[in-house]
Design a protein around this ligand. Structure first.
Ligand SMILES: Nc1ncnc2c1ncn2[C@@H]1O[C@H](COP(=O)(O)OP(=O)(O)O)[C@@H](O)[C@H]1O
Ligand SMILES: CC(=O)N[C@@H](CCC(=O)OP(=O)(O)O)C(=O)O
Length: 258
C-alpha cells in the first residue's frame, strides 16, 4: 500500500515564527502523499480575550458560542489557513486550504449536550475521502483548519487533533497511513517539567496509569485518546513530538502502541 502522511501542527508552533518557518520548509520537501491539519487554539484565545469574550474550555475543548464561532472562523479558516497555504506555496508545495464544509469534506454533528453544552462544537460523522484523493492524485496538498459543518448550514468548531485522527482512520483501508502530531515539546513526557523525560514508546495501559497519576493532563488527554483510536482502527503509525520528527526519524519523539 502507498504511504499517506497526515501531519498536524498545534497552535504553539504556528505562533512561533521561526518554528513555523522551519516546519513549512521541511514539510514542503517531504516526498509522497501528505495532508496538513493545523490548530490555532491559542490565537483564537488571544483574539477572543482582546474582544472581551469569555474563554471557556472543558477537557481541552472550547465551549463555542456564536461570537466565539465568528472569531474562530476568522482565525482558523481565514488568517491562519491562508497564511500557511501562502507560505507552503512560497516553498513550491501546491497547498489547497480547506475547511470541512468545502466540498462537503468533513461532516459533523453538534456535540450532544450532557452536563456540558459545548455550543457550536462538532463531532465528526463522515469524511468524503474521494474528493481528497482526487486532490492527492493531482499532487495537491490539502491543508485543513479546525472547522467542519453539519450539512444544514452550520459551521462547527472541531478539535484539530480529532480532524487529523478521523482523516487518518478514513484513509486507513486505502493507504498505509502515518499520523504525526507536532507540538512544542519533545514528545509525551513522564515529567511535564522535564523535556528530557520523553517516553519513547507509550501503550494504552501505561497511558491510563500516567493519567491516573496526573502526569498526563490538559490537551494531551484528547490527543492521546485520538492516537489510540487511530491505532485501533488500523492506522499504521502514530507519533507525537517536535516537527523535526517528520524529517528525521532518529530525532527524539514518542511512538504510540496499542
Ligand atoms: N505528560 C505530558 N507530556 C507532554 N505534554 C503534556 C503532558 N501533560 C500535559 N501536557 C500538555 O499538553 C499540551 C499539548 O496539548 P495541546 O495544548 O492540546 O497541544 P496542541 O495545541 O499542540 O494541540 C502540552 O503543551 C502540555 O502542556
Ligand atoms: C472544539 C475545540 O476545542 N476546537 C479547537 C480547535 C483548534 C485546535 O484544536 O487548536 P490546537 O491544535 O492549537 O489546540 C479550539 O477551538 O481550541
Amino acid at each position: 500500500m502507498e504511504t499517506l502522511k497526515i501531519i498536524k501542527i498545534g497552535g504553539n508552533i504556528i505562533n512561533d515564527t521561526g518554528a513555523l518557518q522551519q516546519f513549512i520548509e521541511g514539510f514542503s520537501k517531504l516526498k509522497g502523499l501528505k495532508i496538513l491539519v493545523h490548530g490555532g487554539g491559542n490565537s483564537a484565545t488571544e483574539t477572543s480575550q482582546r474582544l472581551g469574550l469569555e474563554v471557556k474550555k472543558v477537557e481541552g475543548r472550547r465551549i463555542t458560542d456564536q461570537e466565539t464561532l465568528d472569531v474562530i472562523t476568522m482565525i482558523y479558516a481565514g488568517k491562519l489557513n491562508k497564511t500557511i497555504v501562502a507560505q507552503l506555496q512560497a516553498n513550491d508545495c501546491d497547498a489547497f486550504g480547506l475547511s470541512g464544509a468545502d466540498g462537503n469534506l468533513i461532516q459533523s454533528v453538534k456535540r450532544p449536550v450532557t452536563s456540558i453544552d459545548y455550543g457550536f462544537a462538532g463531532d465528526i460523522v463522515q469524511v468524503n475521502t474521494s474528493l481528497i484523493e482526487t486532490l492527492l492524485k493531482e499532487a495537491i496538498t490539502p491543508v485543513f483548519c479546525a472547522l467542519t459543518h453539519n450539512k444544514q448550514g452550520q459551521l462547527l468548531n472541531t478539535n484539530a487533533d480529532t480532524i487529523a485522527s478521523e482523516l487518518a482512520i478514513a484513509f486507513a483501508s486505502t493507504y498505509s497511513v502515518e499520523l504525526f502530531y507536532c507540538f512544542e515539546r519533545n514528545g509525551v513526557l513522564a515529567d511535564i517539567s522535564n523535556d528530557n523525560s520523553v517516553i519513547d514508546a507509550l501503550d494504552s495501559q501505561a497511558y491510563q496509569t500516567l493519567f491516573q497519576q496526573g502526569k498526563i493532563a490538559d490537551g494531551m488527554v484528547p490527543k492521546l485518546d485520538n492516537c489510540f483510536s487511530a491505532l485501533r482502527k488500523k492506522v499504521t503509525k502514530v507519533c507525537i513530538g517536535k516537527p523535526e520528527m517528520i524529517f528525521d526519524s532518529n530525532s527524539i519523539h514518542t511512538i504510540l502502541q496499542l
